[in-house]
Design a protein around this ligand. Structure first.
Ligand code: MN
Length: 238
């Protein structure tokens, strides 16, 4: 039996080198997500998913946990973020989940709700948007996936290091969501609510078209949005 609750999380950045969030995630699946109608993961479930042949044991344990949740009757969906955009049918199968397009419009208890990872909305960060465009191109993806796993792992670590360095030189405004970009996306899809992650700061941002909910990244505690027919509320977990 499931209740009518839909849960939204993002930016767990699960990483074999960080055992605490991994343990928290497994507890969340067993104790908080169990019984929910749906669990939506809005990107960056993993620190980095290198392709469907990624054999990181902690990732596969996490996917097995999601699969158990799905088999118990909770609908599980992943809308890939910038760390796991190489998620394919192999990951979906292992996790018993559905992969969602960026962005995806759902009917959430009668409210048209737009789900997105959120990075597309950071339009003031031109350097990031250019990089995003490059590594989402079919050519880049094909070349990357053709490399051995060990090489991809080293490349991904190098890219993360570079991104960390560049982040120091960027203002908070530059890396935040551009409200106009959010409004345009919402209008394009006819939504009245938006839910996303990526910027790692939990919050509710009222707008003329409705509400934008942001779930935070998972550190010592988790962050989630829980929606029922009565409305949505942000929660901390753990
Ligand atoms: Mn992200």
């Amino acid at each position: 039996m499931t209740n009518d609750e839909a849960l939204f999380v993002a930016d767990l950045h699960l990483d074999p080198g960080r055992p605490a969030p991994l343990a928290l995630f497994h507890r969340f699946l067993a104790e908080r997500a169990a019984g929910a109608e749906a669990l939506y993961i809005l990107g960056d479930l993993f620190e980095v998913w290198l392709g469907d042949d990624d054999d990181t044991p902690a990732y596969h344990t996490a996917l097995a946990g999601l699969r158990r949740l799905a088999e118990s009757g909770t609908e599980v969906a992943l809308l890939p973020g910038n760390r796991d955009f190489l998620a394919g049918p192999g990951l979906a199968e292992a996790g018993g989940l559905t992969l969602l397009e960026e962005p995806t419009l759902i009917d959430l208890h009668g409210t048209p709700t737009l789900l997105t990872h959120g990075d597309l909305l950071c339009t003031d960060d031109h350097k990031y948007q250019a990089f995003r465009k490059l590594c989402r191109s079919p050519q880049w993806t094909a070349d990357f996936l053709a490399k051995p796993l060990s090489e991809r792992r080293a490349m991904a670590a190098g890219l993360r290091e570079k991104s960390r360095e560049e982040t120091y030189g960027k203002s908070r405004e530059e890396m935040d969501v551009n409200p106009q970009a959010a409004a345009e996306m919402v209008e394009r899809y006819g939504a009245r609510r938006m839910i996303h992650g990526h910027i790692h700061r939990q919050g509710i941002h009222p707008a003329p078209w409705g509400e934008r909910y942001v779930v935070a990244d998972w550190q010592e505690r988790g962050s989630l949005l829980a929606c029922t027919a009565d409305g949505c509320r942000l929660e901390r977990y753990g």
